[in-house]
Design a protein around this ligand. Structure first.
Ligand SMILES: Nc1ncnc2c1ncn2[C@@H]1O[C@H](COP(=O)(O)OP(=O)(O)O)[C@@H](O)[C@H]1O
Ligand SMILES: [Mg+2]
Length: 342
């Protein structure tokens, strides 16, 4: 249903200088700032999947969604949504997709909600029969009746979100993009929204991609999550696997005197022979940076320990400094659990 191949997006904007003098300087300067917001991302999403698109602020989530909706063109790579290139056939793509940005509404602020729906019916060319059917369904799952005649600006945040979701689904799109759909909502409304998303997905096999910081959204909705960090995809799999595999990962960086000596190091064999334990190559990843003179090992903390790694390395060369960190993914797992939810 959705296929991204090596998609990148680079923003180029004029360089900003601080202060008033800086503003003047900026007027006459041609200096540009380049920002790679999305960096060589590929994935395929099948019809009917609900995928959580996760990452910290500024990771590149919204930029990816904007490319899938046709609002932005990729700088590199290709994006296909139901066989259509959104940047080339934006209108055709629009018929297939629904979009909700949690931070702002797509509805007409001063009009009664009912009129927004009438306008959308025209825009998307929905037949009277389909409209009636879909409204019956949307009213049942989102209870729009309660406030259908009120101007959008008078709605509470929760009502507005239900309204926005309903509006995005009026033409029964094949793909639904939700950017932070539960942000700022209280628990009851969150729950309603999640149930609605689930029902729509089950009834129509709608493909759903949502960005969220809310672990509840992920746990209740997403059979799969894709994590991006600084524009790069760093994980694609289930939440369970992420917790099992990366929640326990640690990372140790060692500064060493003679990194060349570590080139041939088979760490797991070395640790096994030194410590009499059983380790496989899957229990760790290692990166040797000869120029920076560092050796970094990400490892499963239940399988091996820092002193074991250290002693194996010190058999070959002197270690001059050592830094212990969580891996990016372990940090992200923690972050979603600490900041997410209520
Ligand atoms: N129009 C733009 N011009 C320049 N930089 C942008 C633009 N839009 C986003 N960025 C930058 O790209 C990065 C990714 O942004 P975004 O996709 O909004 O992240 P997220 O949604 O994950 O928080 C950020 O560093 C952001 O400042
Ligand atoms: Mg965003």
């Amino acid at each position: 249903m959705i296929e991204l191949k090596n998609v990148s997006k680079e923003f180029v904007s004029p360089k900003k200088y601080p202060g008033f003098k800086g503003a003047i300087k900026g007027l006459f300067s041609n200096e540009k700032v380049r920002k790679v917001a999305v960096d060589d991302i590929s994935f395929t999403i099948e019809k009917g999947e609900i995928v959580g698109y996760i990452g910290s602020n500024g990771a590149g989530k919204s930029t990816t969604i904007k490319m899938m909706t046709g609002i932005l063109n990729p700088t590199e790579g290709t994006c296909l949504v139901d066989g259509i290139d959104p940047s080339k056939n934006r209108k055709e793509n629009a018929q297939n997709i629904g979009v909700v940005f949690g931070q702002r509404t797509q509805l007409w602020w001063d009009l009664p909600l009912s009129e927004s729906f009438t306008i959308l019916k025209e825009i998307y060319d929905v037949s009277d029969e389909d409209y009636a059917n879909q409204m019956e369904f949307l009213n049942r799952v989102l209870e729009l009746d309660e406030f259908f005649d009120r101007p959008v600006r008078t709605l509470s945040l929760g009502q507005r979100m239900r309204a926005d979701l309903g509006a995005a689904l009026l033409h029964n799109p094949k793909v639904l993009y939700l950017d932070e759909p539960t942000i700022g909502l209280d628990l009851v409304v969150k729950d309603n929204i999640r149930h609605a998303i689930k029902e729509i997905n089950e009834k129509y096999q709608t493909t759903v991609i949502l960005t969220t910081h809310d672990i509840g959204d992920i746990e209740e909705l997403c059979s799969r999550i894709i994590i991006i960090d600084e524009g790069k995809k760093i994980y694609d799999g289930t939440l369970e696997d992420l917790k099992d595999t990366y929640g326990k990962r640690r990372k140790v960086t060692m500064e060493v005197r003679k990194p060349d000596l570590l080139k041939e190091l088979q760490l797991f064999q070395k640790i096994e022979s030194v410590n009499d334990v059983q380790i496989t190559e899957n229990d760790y990843d290692s990166v040797l940076d000869v120029e920076g003179k560092t050796y970094t090992v990400s490892f499963d903390k239940h399988k091996m320990q820092v002193p074991q790694i250290l002693s194996a390395v010190m058999e070959l060369t002197e270690v001059t400094d050592i830094k212990l960190q969580e891996t990016e993914l372990a940090e992200i797992v923690k972050e979603i659990y600490n900041h997410g939810g209520v």
